[in-house]
Design a protein around this ligand. Structure first.
Ligand code: NAD
Length: 296
């Protein structure tokens, strides 16, 4: 069994660390928030007094932090304390540039690393069914795979350093755009007198079919498990969708990629968030579209 340091024990990190404990590993955890440390202890994680002391004896170091700046500052300090053969796995969703810098910090200290952001949310983290999108060398991926498969159901090697983050933001840009597209269609259908169920029955088996419609339908009724049936409780919060759309735009600007719909989706989710809706599921964007009027 492996000794694993887990840094960042929030909504995602805690259930992921719990699955590693269940798999029989020794997990040494660190977080800045006492309440999250208490949950970790209840899950069988041994709390360390600092990130540096958590990594000192670890074979694998996993980070699950809010943003690139947190990952880089933790990497700067803990890579100095890690064992020379430790593997670094960053599962946070961060910008591609910071992800590549984190790899560079690890590489300069002779350490293997992967960026391994996830999809599947809090439910997937608890059930151990996350999808990991992994960037890094074949050696690092091969070493990371058995650990990742104890927290996830699907592990995809996307290429070199940073490509896991690239896959994540490209996927979520599709998701943000498609959720707005599906929501626009239901809003138009309502005004044309077409029922939700009739549109669903046609589009879900026609060329309009997509995940935002068939799994996460933004109106109550057609898909019993979608957040629309539960007052739009997340699910995947609109704040996280906005974060990912912003990361996609940062990346698009850095490589001069034309993503006009991605940019518009970011603007629409920014308006939605600014109106106090960040805590709703991202499919609640339909309520924003219903209130918006045409400009022509
Ligand atoms: P969270 O805010 O619940 O957890 C982040 C944790 O990091 C917090 O507990 C915070 O105290 C801790 N932290 C911050 N700086 C630290 C430091 N220097 N040392 C130790 N701990 C530190 O966030 P989350 O929902 O768990 O998300 C974590 C990451 O996963 C984010 O990058 C997010 O975008 C991504 N993600 C989240 C979801 C989701 O559904 N929540 C889904 C996919 C990806």
């Amino acid at each position: 069994m492996t000794t694993i340091a887990f840094i960042g024990l929030g909504h995602m990190g805690n259930p992921m660390a719990a699955n590693l404990v269940k798999a029989g590993h020794t997990v040494l955890g660190f977080d800045l928030l006492q309440e999250n440390l208490s949950i970790a202890v209840a899950n069988g994680v041994t709390v360390a007094p600092s990130a540096e002391s958590a990594v000192a004896d670890a074979d694998v170091v996993i980070t699950m932090l809010p943003a690139g700046k947190h990952v880089l500052s933790v990497y700067e300090s803990v890579t100095k304390e890690a064992k020379s053969n430790a593997l670094f796995i960053d599962s946070s969703t961060i910008d591609v540039e910071s992800a590549r810098k984190a790899h560079e910090i690890a590489r300069n200290r002779g350490l293997l690393s992967v960026d391994a952001p996830v999809s599947g949310g809090i439910g997937g983290a608890a059930a151990g069914t996350l999808t990991f999108m992994v960037g890094g060398s074949v050696d690092a991926f091969t070493k990371a795979q058995p650990i990742l498969s104890q927290m996830g159901a699907r592990i995809v090697h996307c290429g070199d350093a940073g490509n896991g983050q690239a896959a994540k933001i490209c996927n979520n840009m599709i998701l943000g755009i498609s959720m707005i597209g599906v929501s626009e269609a239901f809003t138009l259908a309502e005004k044309l007198g077409l029922s939700h169920q009739a549109l669903f029955d046609v589009a879900s088996t026609s060329s309009g079919q997509c995940w935002s419609l068939t799994t996460y339908c933004p109106v109550p009724g057609p898909v019993a498990t979608s957040p629309a049936n539960n007052d739009y409780k997340p699910g995947f919060a609109a704040a996280l969708m906005l974060k990912d759309l912003r990361l996609a735009q940062d990346a698009a600007k850095s490589v001069d990629a034309a993503t006009p719909l991605g940019a518009h989706a970011e603007a629409i989710y920014a308006e939605f968030g600014a109106a106090g809706n960040e805590g709703f599921d991202f499919s609640a964007i339909i309520n924003h579209l219903r209130k918006t009027h045409r400009e022509d």
